[in-house]
Design a protein around this ligand. Structure first.
Ligand code: 5AD
Ligand code: SF4
Length: 441
């Protein structure tokens, strides 16, 4: 029997991309293979994101395009997976008639069964959130991989309830995955030639596993994975400042293969706004954590997420965001305009009262500042030599390779005899705000 074909598109965070690899694994077992052509698919899945309104708009638009494939293939099944499926549930079916399946992030094991439920034209829906699903024993299929770097999901869900955020509502309760299954996945990846794993979760540093009286926290887990092989690099994302312990920083500092890069979303530099956001730390507390990172690892890169124009943000609050960015001198940042999300704490309690053009102006200022900070950060690396893990040919030239250093900066350099998966010492000769340019030593 020829296999049926699955076409899958993924939007949103790394966690969603990692989930799509689990979806493909489950679908392989159900007799489907991945195709990169939507036109030849028997099933189309769109794994969606709800974090900002724009993310959802993109998916609505894409669904309109994808449903045209039903014209030449009336049996085509279109499924919406992930966060939008969880948030909108039934409503999605009502608003887009071409959708046949709605499946939330904890119901992927049921996918083959749900597909067979749609065979007689019925709609299938499962958006039940779980308290213990971690897909622990499944082997994700890295169907769109460079063969060098991979994500490993170590926990799911979030219970921080930041006021602006939809994640706790669409991803459910926090739960950690069995550490043994995480280590074996990392070990297998190394055996297959992978040289870097990123441990993923909405809030990785609150990882917590208990079994028969023994306890594994994130610092212990990170150490276990780092000890598997000194030639396997380990990264992690994302951390919440409130859980960034000295114990974790010590473990990072003590292992060369744990990459020296921390993504520590600040969201705002103003204490008044941080409190409204329910972030549970102050500016001072955040800066103390930054000082701790610098103490343990002077060469550690620090990146952040920051939101412009949260409810009631004044010009003065905005100046505090600008000043914290300068003070930390972030190497990299993801920057957003506040987007009100239905049913979040902010939507219920506060008015989205910063005018759109003020949000845009503040975001623009933040982006321009970060461009300068990133450029300055890269300029500080001129003349330094870094160990680079090669990932792929450079996008711009087949004679160059692209990889990253421990600090997560992209470095491009002439190929020589090197190939993806190699560790190469590269001296930095030039840079832009986004890329280091160098030469193998
Ligand atoms: N509006 C704008 N940005 C948001 N983020 C989360 N929720 C919102 C929202 N409602 C940002 C935060 C978070 C990142 C993943 O997305 O900065 O860290
Ligand atoms: Fe988007 Fe958040 Fe869902 Fe990731 S967890 S896909 S960022 S809504």
């Amino acid at each position: 029997m020829p296999k049926k074909k699955l076409y899958i598109e993924t939007y949103g965070c790394q966690m969603n991309f990692s989930d799509s690899e689990i979806v493909v694994s489950i679908m392989n077992d159900g007799g489907y293979e991945v195709t990169t052509k939507a036109a030849e698919a028997d099933v189309i899945f769109v794994n969606t994101c709800s974090i900002r309104e724009k993310a959802e708009q993109r998916v609505w638009k894409r669904l309109k395009e994808l449903k045209s494939h039903k014209k030449h293939n009336p049996d085509l099944i279109i499924g919406v997976l992930g966060c939008m499926a969880e948030r909108l549930k039934q409503q999605l079916l009502e608003e887009e008639k071409a959708v046949d399946m709605i499946v939330g992030p904890d119901a992927y094991r049921k996918l083959p069964e749900l597909i067979s439920n749609t065979e007689h034209g019925q709609k299938a829906i499962n958006v039940i959130l779980s308290t213990d699903e971690t897909y622990a024993e499944l082997s994700p299929v890295r169907y769109d991989s460079n063969g060098v770097t991979a994500f490993i999901s170590i926990m799911r869900g979030c219970e921080n309830f930041c006021a602006y955020c939809v994640v706790p509502f669409v991803r459910g309760k926090e739960r950690s995955r069995d550490p043994q299954s995480i280590s074996s996945e990392a070990h297998e990846l190394f055996e297959q030639g992978y040289r870097e794993v990123t441990l993923l979760g909405q809030n990785v540093n609150s990882y917590h596993w208990e079994n028969n009286g023994s306890m594994v926290n994130f610092a212990t887990l990170l150490k276990q994975v780092a000890l598997l092989n000194p030639r396997l690099r380990v990264r992690f994302a994302t951390s919440h400042p409130k859980d960034l312990s000295d114990e974790l920083l010590e473990v990072m500092a003590g292992h060369d293969n744990i990459c020296k890069a921390i993504h520590l979303p600040v969201q705002s530099g103003s204490n008044r706004i941080l409190e409204r956001m329910n972030r549970s730390y102050t500016r001072e507390w955040y800066l103390d954590r930054i000082a701790a990172i610098r103490k343990y690892m002077p060469d550690c890169a620090i990146s952040t997420d920051i939101i412009a124009g949260f409810c009631t943000e004044t010009e003065e609050d905005h100046r505090e965001s600008i000043s914290i960015m300068e003070e930390v001198a972030y190497d990299y940042a993801f920057m957003f305009k506040y987007s009100e999300r239905p049913n979040t704490i902010a939507e219920k309690k506060y008015k989205d009262d910063v005018p759109e053009n003020t949000k845009s102006q503040r975001l623009q200022e933040i982006i321009e500042l970060q461009q300068r900070l990133s450029l300055e950060s890269n300029q500080r690396d001129l003349g330094k030599t870094f160990e680079v893990l090669v990932e792929c040919p450079s996008k711009k030239s087949i004679h160059h390779l692209s990889g990253r250093n421990s600090q997560n900066k992209v470095i491009v350099f002439p190929k020589g005899n090197n190939k993806p998966g190699d560790y190469v010492n590269v001296k930095v000769l030039d840079c832009t705000s986004a890329t280091l340019i160098g030469e193998a030593e």
